[in-house]
Design a binder for this molecule. Structure first.
Ligand SMILES: NC(=O)c1ccc[n+]([C@@H]2O[C@H](COP(=O)([O-])OP(=O)(O)OC[C@H]3O[C@@H](n4cnc5c(N)ncnc54)[C@H](OP(=O)(O)O)[C@@H]3O)[C@@H](O)[C@H]2O)c1
Length: 333
């Protein structure tokens, strides 16, 4: 058990779910501290029947803390988390800043728990679009190695944090009322639209969000030879990312084999009955900690191809749930 646990970014979209999960899963510690920016310092958050006052994040804030779970923008993670390591804390980070650093473990507990247990420094939780895809890939990869993935994402506005949701709600209202609205986080109106850019231009016409799916998948599965071609799209859905995934494996995997392997894998639920219109959607996956798959079918364009649809709550398994599962692993250790 940890003595003192600090949640950094406690007021954010991910931070709020981390706090909810720590309470719901009865994560034990003598003391919990909630930190955020100076804007939030002094606010209170209810937790296990207590009102905890939010503290301002500073480099000195980590003294006496033995576990930090952080979900802040990248630049804040870059600036402050080394101080937490220096103060002797175990650190789990949701941001994208540290993930690909050689000294940092990138962990999905169902896949590479040992990397968290062996970690000497920061433990990163992968990007939300990566996590659900890799969880779904793993049971197939175990049957026959995946050689290539073509994936298109349909990503919710909550993936852009509290302000992303605000843009969806206020932008939609303004559009229905024929008013202008100045978007804060999206480059184009998200209301009644689809934006084929998440992140900045990164490599050969692919965005930073797309390249995260390439690099992070290879790191988590420990296989740099997997070829991945992602297209990431923001859509006007409040929560839960959806992904259309086609994998090419070394030898063919039938839809029935895949269905069975998905169902047996921890944290995956299969919703797959096209004739009854049963499949995962943001509306039936929101609020769950699992990864959902459906529309499982043969890729009719390739003998070793398999296609499926994958939905998961980006704030939960894509972020908060994964981090809390890592914290639980460390606590057991
Ligand atoms: N949203 C997702 O689905 C998702 C999934 C996976 C990973 N992530 C990653 O998780 C991180 C947090 O995302 P989010 O969606 O929760 O964002 P968010 O809703 O914008 O929350 C950001 C949090 O960081 C805090 N923060 C911002 N500037 C700070 C500063 N100068 N000092 C201290 N704290 C500061 C904010 O505090 P204030 O409220 O005081 O501003 C807030 O608590 C990001 O790196 C994101 O890429 C997000």
């Amino acid at each position: 058990m940890f003595d003192t646990v600090a949640i950094v970014g406690a007021t954010g979209a991910v931070g709020q779910i981390i706090i909810e999960l720590l309470e719901e899963r009865n994560f034990e510690a003598k003391k919990f501290r909630f930190l955020a920016s100076a804007r939030s310092a002094g606010k209170t958050i209810s937790f296990k029947g207590e009102e905890i006052v939010v503290e301002e994040l500073t480099k000195d804030a980590f003294a006496g803390t033995d576990l930090v779970i952080a979900s802040t923008p990248d630049d804040i993670a870059a600036e402050y988390l080394p101080s937490a390591i220096e103060a002797g804390a175990k650190v789990i980070d949701e941001s994208g800043y540290w993930r690909m650093n050689d000294d940092v473990a990138l962990v999905i507990p169902e896949i590479n728990p040992q990397d968290a247990l062996n970690a000497q420094g920061i433990i990163s939780s992968p990007n939300c679009s990566t996590t659900q895809m890799v969880v779904a890939m793993k049971p197939l990869h175990d049957i026959s190695p995946i050689r290539r993935v073509i994936v298109s994402t349909y990503q919710a506005t909550s993936g852009a944090g509290v302000q992303g949701d605000e843009d969806l709600v206020q932008g939609s209202k303004a559009r229905l009322e024929n008013r202008d609205y100045e978007y804060k986080v999206f480059q184009h109106p998200i209301a009644f639209n689809a934006i084929p850019q998440i992140g900045s231009e990164k490599y050969e016409g692919y965005t930073s969000e797309e390249m995260k799916m390439v690099y992070e998948t290879r790191k988590i599965l420990g296989d740099d030879s997997i070829q991945i071609n992602p297209t990431c799209v923001r859509i006007p859905v409040w929560n839960c990312h959806s992904e259309s995934i086609t994998v090419e494996t070394e030898s063919p995997i039938s839809p029935d084999q895949a269905r069975e392997a998905f169902a047996a894998f921890p944290g995956i639920q299969v919703l797959d009955n096209l004739s009854e219109s049963v499949y995962p959607m943001p509306s039936n996956c929101d609020g769950s900690n699992d990864v959902f798959v459906g529309r499982i079918r043969k890729d009719i364009s390739h003998p070793n191809g398999l296609s499926f649809w994958c939905v998961s709550d980006n704030l939960r398994k894509g972020a908060a749930t994964n981090a809390v599962q890592i914290a639980e692993l460390l606590a057991e250790q």
